[in-house]
Design a protein around this ligand. Structure first.
Ligand code: THG
Length: 291
């Protein structure tokens, strides 16, 4: 599993002001904590960063490099900022991300080739978010043929099938699972990843880790090879590293068949109920564990 810590992101209020005022300490604290918990990469999410993106990404890399040697994922749509990041980090970096539009692929794939780095291929096309499994498949096919045209090795590309929030778009949560079922067969030597925490956006804060962990294991059952995830949730990292075998097996079983709740512990019941939401068997509501 390739684990990318999501926590250095401009949506976080503390880090947003730290990035604005160039205060290193909170960012370094997040980097140290993420590395301690065992992620493989750190995502630097600076949003669109239309102004000052170049300066910001350079400063962020410098700041992180004082405390961590983990490779970095450059998460922005600002092309100059991506270039500036690659200039420093070279082939160790991941471009997060490249959308499946002619314009983005034509600009970013040559950069990827030049720096020999990895990229995340985001399954969003010129018409925006995919609406079902077939649209995801069509976008992946377009991306894949462009990659071959450019002579880029498949191993350098991590497909992101787009994870959407269960509280608002439960059908898309199911569609992404369905897509993963056929992904490995259609695109055997490409990698995969996803913005895992999207799935629990809008759910009660305390229950988000339960949703994230459950969905990650369900995706993994169908071949998902990593995620951009909450590095402060030590349990999800342990699970990804195979240290929660019993829970993982229960999640896998519940993904395939309907399981009786009667003989299960409280913790096990919660995982099975959450699987039932994420596979579309029960309708999402904030109180799904109480039903
Ligand atoms: N695919 C790819 N990259 C991505 C995403 C994706 N990058 C951004 C995002 N989606 C993944 N990263 C996050 C980071 C934070 C949260 C969700 C996804 C998150 N944060 C809390 C919130 O917004 O409520 C708390 C913010 C905070 O305090 O940190 O949920 O899909 N390729």
């Amino acid at each position: 599993m390739l684990l990318i810590g999501e926590n250095i992101n401009i949506m976080n209020k503390t880090l947003k002001s730290a990035m604005k005022d160039k205060v290193k300490e909170p960012i370094q604290k997040f980097a140290i904590e993420s590395q301690k918990n065992g992620v493989d990469y750190l995502d630097m999410n600076i949003g669109p960063a239309r102004k000052d993106g170049v300066e910001l990404i350079k400063w962020l890399i410098e700041t992180i490099r004082e405390v961590s040697n983990l490779p970095l994922s450059i998460d922005t749509t600002n092309i100059d900022a991506i270039k500036a990041g690659l200039e420093v980090e070279g082939e160790n970096a991941i471009i997060n991300s490249i959308q499946a539009t002619e314009e983005k692929m034509n600009i970013l794939l040559p950069l990827m080739k030049q720096y020999k780095c990895k990229c995340i291929a985001l399954l969003i096309g010129k018409e925006g978010m995919p609406r079902d499994v077939n649209e995801r498949g069509a976008l992946a096919a377009e991306f894949s043929s462009k990659i071959d045209e450019m002579g880029i090795p498949h191993q350098k590309v991590l497909f992101d099938p787009i994870v959407l929030p269960a509280p608002y778009q439960q059908d898309q949560v199911v569609a992404t699972l369905e897509f993963m079922k056929m992904f490995k067969e259609m695109f055997p030597d490409f990698g995969s990843t996803c913005g895992l925490s999207n799935v629990s956006n809008g759910a009660p804060e305390k229950l988000r880790p339960l949703i994230n962990r459950t969905y990650f294991m369900m995706l993994a059952k169908y071949g998902m090879e990593g995620a951009i995830l909450d590095a402060f949730d030590k349990e999800i990292i342990d699970m990804a590293k195979g240290e929660k075998e019993t829970i993982k097996n229960l999640i896998w079983k519940a993904t395939e068949e309907d399981i009786k709740l009667d003989d299960l512990s409280e913790e096990e019941k919660n995982y099975v109920k959450t699987v039932n939401i994420l596979k579309g068997k029960s309708l999402y509501s904030h109180s799904w564990l109480k039903l």
